[in-house]
Design a protein around this ligand. Structure first.
Ligand SMILES: [Zn+2]
Length: 145
């Protein structure tokens, strides 16, 4: 239910797991053992008193993000765009010649900076999508200290 929020947090560089189909107990175990906060929309979970659980009421991803930013005092950081949006892995920079034939030709021609997810092998570059995303991030950063 919080997939979009997970992607937003990854854009900001926060280490964000998004386990599919996990049972409550497993999620709580993960949160405790790895020092994570469990974000949920499940109000049943919220009845457990724990600093590791934060229940979000809104169904709107940007509103959820605002609540998380305020609650955990997230700061604007240097880790922007350093994680894979799909799998949370830290991206590694790759030299341009490595991406030849692996990204669309027009992207190869018009970009010089590329990064790769070592886990799911997805390539990233500063494209137009990124430009729109940057505007969005700018708005998010206004909520941050
Ligand atoms: Zn990945």
């Amino acid at each position: 239910m919080l997939g979009t929020l997970a992607r937003y947090l990854r854009i900001l560089g926060y280490d964000t797991l998004y386990p599919e189909e996990s049972r409550d107990a497993e999620l709580l175990f993960l949160a405790y053992t790895q020092g994570r906060v469990l974000l949920t929309r499940d109000t049943r979970m919220g009845t457990r008193i724990s600093p590791n659980i934060f229940v979000l009421k809104s169904a709107v991803p940007e509103e959820q993000l605002k609540r998380v930013v305020e609650k955990f005092k997230l700061k604007r950081g240097e880790n922007l765009f350093t994680r894979c949006l799909e799998c949370n892995t830290s991206l590694v920079k790759v030299v341009k010649k490595e991406v030849k034939g692996k990204v669309p030709p027009y992207v190869f021609k018009s970009h010089n900076k590329f990064a790769k997810c070592p886990k799911c092998k997805k390539y990233y570059w500063t494209g137009t999508h990124m430009k729109r995303m940057k505007e969005r991030v700018k708005r998010w950063e206004e909520w941050m200290g």
